[in-house]
Ligand binder design. Structure first.
Ligand SMILES: NC(=O)C1=CN([C@@H]2O[C@H](COP(=O)(O)OP(=O)(O)OC[C@H]3O[C@@H](n4cnc5c(N)ncnc54)[C@H](OP(=O)(O)O)[C@@H]3O)[C@@H](O)[C@H]2O)C=CC1
Ligand SMILES: CC(C)CCC[C@@H](C)[C@H]1CC[C@H]2C3=C(CC[C@]12C)[C@@]1(C)CCC(=O)[C@@H](C)[C@@H]1CC3
Length: 372
């Protein structure tokens, strides 16, 4: 038994026909999978679950901002899968130069990338509105409040050294730039590559504004960044499907991870654990309370096994856990449209041009420091 495993739960996947072991192995020869934010929570357990599939030639690349934490994750994975091929990559998705350097490294190491999991994410300085929470408990919004966190959470965002809003840069723009930089290894004639986003049911149209895509003005940068990732996924499909690149969006449900522990910082981890029976009870009414990273990773793993052409680009694929602890994946139509997704894509392209120019200027300045 490894730390990733969870006892007492039966996992049932809505998988198509079962393939024979031998065919499965041949098809997956040298499948390269890169996961951002792979050193903890859903990203780490996804890696473990991928390794447990026993796919021959699977090459995992853990893309993390801290090499120390990445090493610890690699050691944990190798402890349960000693023969696995697990590489590390340093990337801070909130930093333009880090993303560009990481992409350069990927292109040197691999000539093809089959799966790119865009999973790294933050929800900094969350503010939990206790009053709204108790009001919600006695209203008809109760189920949707527990499923989405809508109406009870806001955040205080910061600004990165590149001058971008932190949540936007980390959750969305860094990943956008990574995809753009990795085009040569993602778009290959005769083969498909996959982008799989860890979005959220907290994504909401009302938090997003095309005139403020970085969410400088509001107090829901997390919701805005996740809604933007839903839109971006659709735009990527519009533009890249012909080149064999397919994008999908997932929601892991409510999962106990470092991200959620940060929501009530005064709550020690042990209190969260004590609340587990309450959460299991709530799960009887909402299957979105997946609670463990193992359950939360269900949709991310399910998508790995699907043919991309069979997926709906306007659907979000949700991990669900039933009251009895069974995991399954189901699609839910997203509240997005092609026009807004295209408009966002254009804005991101413009921002990409700007940041690249700034980066060039900075490089020139450091080369010729005396020039004015
Ligand atoms: N937990 C939940 O209930 C839900 C989570 N999600 C999403 O799931 C994803 C994974 O989060 P989760 O597992 O819950 O939380 P964790 O905090 O455990 O994982 C987040 C991961 O992202 C990494 N990360 C954060 N910032 C950066 C950065 N600038 N550059 C590179 N990596 C970074 C973290 O690295 P480090 O350890 O160094 O901080 C960590 O590995 C996120 O996108 C989150 O929004 C969506 C819906 C629900
Ligand atoms: C202390 C109380 C007895 C219980 C407090 C519960 C809340 C802290 C949670 C109830 C629903 C949760 C939730 C999220 C965070 C924690 C809650 C608000 C998310 C917003 C976390 C991030 C996501 O992406 C969403 C999918 C989650 C939705 C549910």
């Amino acid at each position: 038994m490894t730390p990733f495993h969870q006892t007492g739960y039966r996992t049932c996947c809505l998988e198509g026909k079962k393939r024979s072991g031998r065919r499965k192995k041949k098809e997956n020869m040298n499948t390269v999978v890169l996961v951002t934010g792979a050193n903890s929570g859903i990203g780490l357990v996804l890696c473990e679950r991928l390794l447990s599939q026993d796919l021959e030639g699977l090459q995992l690349c853990l893309a993390c901002r801290s090499m120390r934490r990445a090493q610890a994750a690699r050691s944990a994975l190798l402890a349960s899968h000693p023969a696995a091929q697990v590489a590390l990559l340093q990337v801070d998705t909130s930093s333009i130069s880090s993303v560009i350097a990481a992409a350069r490294e990927v292109k040197l190491r691999y000539n093809r990338l089959d799966y790119l999991y865009l999973n790294a994410g933050i929800m900094p300085n969350p503010q939990f509105d206790v009053k709204a929470f108790f009001k919600g408990l006695f209203s008809s919004r109760i189920v949707s409040m527990f499923a989405t966190g809508e109406g009870i959470l806001t955040q205080k965002d910061g600004v990165t050294p590149d001058g971008l809003q932190d949540v936007f840069a980390t959750n969305l723009f860094g990943h956008f730039l990574l995809i753009r930089e990795l085009e040569p290894v993602l778009c290959h004639a005769g083969r498909t590559s996959r982008l799989i986003w860890t979005s959220s049911s907290n994504a909401h149209r009302s938090a997003f504004d095309l005139d403020d895509v970085q969410h400088r003005r509001g107090a829901r940068p997390y919701s805005s960044s996740k809604y933007a990732s839903d839109l971006l996924s659709l735009a990527l499909n519009t533009r890249y499907n012909k080149q064999g690149l397919f994008s999908s969006v997932t929601c892991p449900g409510f999962v106990m991870t470092n991200l959620t522990y940060g929501i009530l910082p005064s709550f020690p981890a042990v209190l969260w654990t004590l609340l587990m029976p309450v959460f299991w009870l709530i799960r009887m009414f909402t299957n979105t309370f997946t609670l463990t990273p193992y359950n939360g990773a269900e949709a991310l793993l399910w998508l790995f096994k699907q043919k991309p052409e069979s997926l709906d680009p306007q659907a979000k694929y949700h991990s669900f856990t039933s009251g009895l602890g069974n995991n399954y994946t189901l699609p839910r139509k997203m509240d997005i449209d092609v026009e807004t997704s295209d408009a966002l894509f254009e804005k991101l392209l413009r921002l990409e041009r700007d940041v690249r120019e700034k980066l060039k200027e900075r490089a020139e300045e450091s080369q010729y420091p005396c020039r004015t």
